[in-house]
Design a protein around this ligand. Structure first.
Ligand code: HEM
Length: 267
């Protein structure tokens, strides 16, 4: 081996790629339920784990964007909120696109292990629900519908229900610009003011568009997921016990920020 390679990455011999990334734990976390092993179950587990890692990252970014906006104009960190929300959008596009990978699984191959999954379901994803709550769609009814939730997970959801949402932070930011935001009528009027005077309210407008983009991408994910589900299991009920695609279709109209959508009709 050439001299150049001998000590490459080995200075101090403390941290390695594998130890830093905890690869032994990470790569030992894919345990199949099927026996004999169904070929596609590894893909099914991997894709869900990848989603959960991205959900964790999104929670990190969205809560930091929320905190930056809570400081308002005087806090001087609105540029940071904009920067983070741009990252959030890119990650969310990845989340929509990677449904394609799972869709390379056929319904027959899924059936080889599907019956082993009940009552586990994506419906029980605590991080997904945290993200909805943090974004602005707080619905405490979900806490009752969760089966097998751990005390730690319940604490996390309760904390998300209690803390300010991205929308609360956006309203605080409006007020910091002298734009009234105590009632829906006031918020709508303030949004119109910002939309019609973009040179004066450039950051307000940019952040309102960033929130709308976040909302739109969440809608894309729900739409993409339900179509994939119908392709995979048709009209069958879900492993989580819901009506399946009927339940998922009932969630398509969810909007985090109806006033931002309403603005379009008022311009
Ligand atoms: C073969 C693939 C999949 C099928 C057949 C499927 C099916 C379903 C069904 C039927 C539901 C409704 C709840 C229930 O009764 O189980 C659901 C909910 C959900 N799934 Fe999936 N899913 C699949 C893949 C995924 C993946 C890869 C994710 C990524 C994390 C995911 C995340 C979710 C979430 C977050 C919900 C709750 C949605 C809501 O309440 O609006 N699913 N899924």
């Amino acid at each position: 081996m050439s001299e150049n390679f001998v000590s490459f990455g080995e200075q101090g011999a403390q941290l390695t790629y594998g130890s830093y990334l905890r690869l032994p734990q990470l790569l030992d976390s894919q345990h199949l339920e099927s026996d004999p092993p169904a070929h596609d179950e590894l893909l099914f587990i991997t894709i869900h784990q990848v989603y959960e890692l991205w959900f964790k990252q999104l929670l990190h970014e969205v809560s930091a964007a929320r905190d930056a906006m809570l400081g308002g104009e005087a806090g001087g960190r609105l540029w940071w909120a904009q920067h983070l929300l741009t990252r959030v959008h890119v990650i969310e596009r990845v989340l929509v696109q990677q449904v394609d990978v799972l869709e390379t699984m056929t319904p027959q191959d899924f059936l080889e292990f599907r019956q082993r999954l009940a009552p586990a379901s994506g419906f029980q994803s605590v991080q997904f629900r945290e993200l909805e709550f943090l974004s602005g769609a707080k619905d405490p009814a979900y806490l009752k519908r969760f089966r097998g939730i751990t005390p730690g997970e319940k604490e996390r959801l309760d904390a998300r229900l209690a803390e300010p949402t991205l929308w609360d932070a956006f309203l605080a930011m409006l007020r910091s610009f002298g734009l009234p935001a105590d009632t829906d009528e006031e918020v709508s009027a303030s949004l119109r003011t910002a939309a019609h005077d973009r040179s004066r309210y450039a950051v307000v407008w940019a952040l309102s568009e960033a929130l709308l983009q976040h909302d739109e991408l969440a809608a894309h994910w729900r739409a993409r997921h339900v179509v994939m589900v119908e392709r995979m299991i048709g009209a069958k009920s879900g492993t989580g016990g819901s009506s399946g695609s009927t339940y998922l279709r009932s969630r398509l109209p969810v909007q985090y920020y109806p006033l931002l959508w309403g603005l379009r009709s008022e311009l």
